[in-house]
Design a protein around this ligand. Structure first.
Ligand SMILES: *Cc1c(COP(=O)(O)O)cnc(C)c1O
Length: 466
């Protein structure tokens, strides 16, 4: 059934292109890739019964093995130009770091550091010391702890304070973030028992009061980061939950999700409680992400009461959730931006969220010119125009907020689906917004120097299938 034309492993290994790649790749990996691709083709032939000529079959195995090895050698992470206007795009790695932060990480990553050494005393230190004084100064908390991400932070809090006991949460706050973080699942994994109270749209303090038992370990408030319940609703104010916690001597924990350290309302974003405000309202612990509105590397930050943070530091689970030196370096540099007093200039996420309309319009005008110069030829040139658009915060923050921005719309005489695919596989990849018959490049999320790359990428993309 056509298998007689399947080349042997040795035959493929003799191919000049395979021998070329063998100069820069371990031989056993080359052999492995060839075997895998031969196997793939064998299965395909058996399933489809399609006839392959010997040369054609060998060619196909060679090419696919080379592609496999290229990915293996170069990794599969690619730079992506985010032209979607979604600032915190979880699929695109959330917060981009500033060049200063990236350089700081690179400098510390290239050598040894005092990660776990107290240089003053010449003794063993703790990796958790490094960020603590910065976080305490910025938030006013008694103590702080940094783990791998906010999911880990919530997990550590629940496992330390509520394992085998009950945690009360409002039904309106049982959030799911991006499919993989769900309060009920995290609760189950932590060993705590979830006690849901109230209804989807209304929860009162009396619901919490009635649910409290001798087994209650803590009261949890979860920020409904990525949705809003509107209409006939009632949710408990944080200070009310805090009073109840005080009265019953139960800790109150707020999972803030995308916790911000600055009030973004002067830039037209809805007022949302900052980390400092939550702590001031008397909450015992606040957890938030490092790579959402804070604008740093992936991390989970826990701030609050010292005795609770100390208990978490003694929990062996922390060992499995610990951050490495690059994360600590990235957070140090990011928090440094807040300490210097102008985070909206030094932290890319905040820069993008606070960019003024005049600046965005000017950038869109310039980009439109650059694109016209590059692709405005041929018999049917695309229609290029600058337009007002609405951007998004993203990353499960400010779900209803629209950020007025500018984009360059490029309208073709054809469906842009195939072009959009071509743009995604270029290096760097370009990810625009798609509209019927057109693509839109939002300029808000472009990083320095990226506008200049876009015209060339568009031309390559167009050439690839025209
Ligand atoms: C984003 C979010 C999380 C998960 O945080 P990660 O840092 O992605 O692990 C948890 N809770 C809330 C409310 C969130 O918004």
């Amino acid at each position: 059934m056509g298998l007689q034309n399947l080349p042997s492993v040795d035959e493929v290994l003799k191919d000049a292109r395979i021998r070329e790649i063998e100069r820069t790749c371990a031989r056993d990996l080359v052999v492995q890739a060839v075997r895998t691709e031969l196997g793939v083709l064998r299965t395909e032939i058996m399933n489809t019964g399609r006839e392959w000529s010997r040369e054609h079959a060998r060619d196909r195995v060679v090419m696919k093995a080379i592609r496999r090895l290229d990915t293996l050698q170069g990794g599969s992470l690619r730079r992506v130009i985010n032209a979607t206007g979604v600032v915190l795009h979880t699929n695109l790695g959330r917060a981009p770091l500033s060049p200063e932060t990236a350089n700081y990480i690179a400098r510390l990553a290239q050598g040894y550091t005092n990660l776990e050494m107290d240089l003053e005393a010449g003794k063993r230190g703790s990796r958790y010391q490094h960020l603590e004084s910065m976080l305490l100064s910025l938030t006013g908390a008694e103590a702080a702890l940094v783990v791998n991400n906010n999911a880990a932070a919530v997990m550590l809090v629940l496992n330390t304070l509520a394992k085998g006991r009950e945690v009360i949460v409002s039904r309106g706050q049982l959030v799911e973030i991006g499919g993989s973080f769900r309060i009920p699942e995290i609760m189950a994994l932590s060993g705590a028992r979830l006690i849901e109270v109230g209804t989807t749209n209304k929860t009162y303090l009396s619901d919490f009061e009635q649910a409290v038992s001798g087994d209650t370990a803590l009261l949890l408030a979860v920020h409904t980061s990525n949705y809003r319940i509107v209409g006939f609703t009632h949710e408990i104010a944080l200070h009310e939950l805090v009073s109840l916690g005080r009265r019953l001597e139960l800790p109150v924990v707020q999972d803030l999700g995308s916790g911000s350290l600055i009030d973004l309302s002067p830039w037209g974003l809805e007022a949302e409680p900052t980390v400092q405000e939550c702590l001031r309202s008397g909450v015992d612990l606040v957890t938030f992400s490092g790579d959402k509105l804070l604008g740093g590397p992936q991390a989970g930050i826990i701030v609050g009461k010292k005795h609770l943070i100390e208990a978490m530091k003694r929990n062996h689970l922390l060992r499995a959730l610990r951050v490495d030196k690059m994360t600590i370096a990235g957070l140090e540099a990011t928090l440094g931006g807040y300490i210097n007093g102008s985070p909206q200039d030094s932290i890319p996420v905040l820069r993008m969220l606070t960019r003024g309309r005049t600046e965005l319009k000017a950038l869109a005008d310039r980009l439109a010119e650059l694109i016209r110069d590059e692709v405005d030829n041929g018999s049917e040139p695309p229609k290029i125009k600058v337009m007002e658009i609405n951007d998004k915060v993203g990353g499960g923050a400010y779900p209803l907020q629209e950020l007025p921005g500018y984009g360059v719309e490029i309208e073709f005489g054809f469906d842009p689906g195939q072009l959009v695919h071509q743009l995604r596989i270029l290096e760097p990849a370009l990810l625009p917004r798609i509209k019927e018959g057109a693509i839109i490049i939002s300029v808000r999320t472009l990083q320095s120097g990226e506008a200049e790359l876009i015209p060339g990428l568009l031309r390559h993309g167009l050439e690839a299938f025209s």
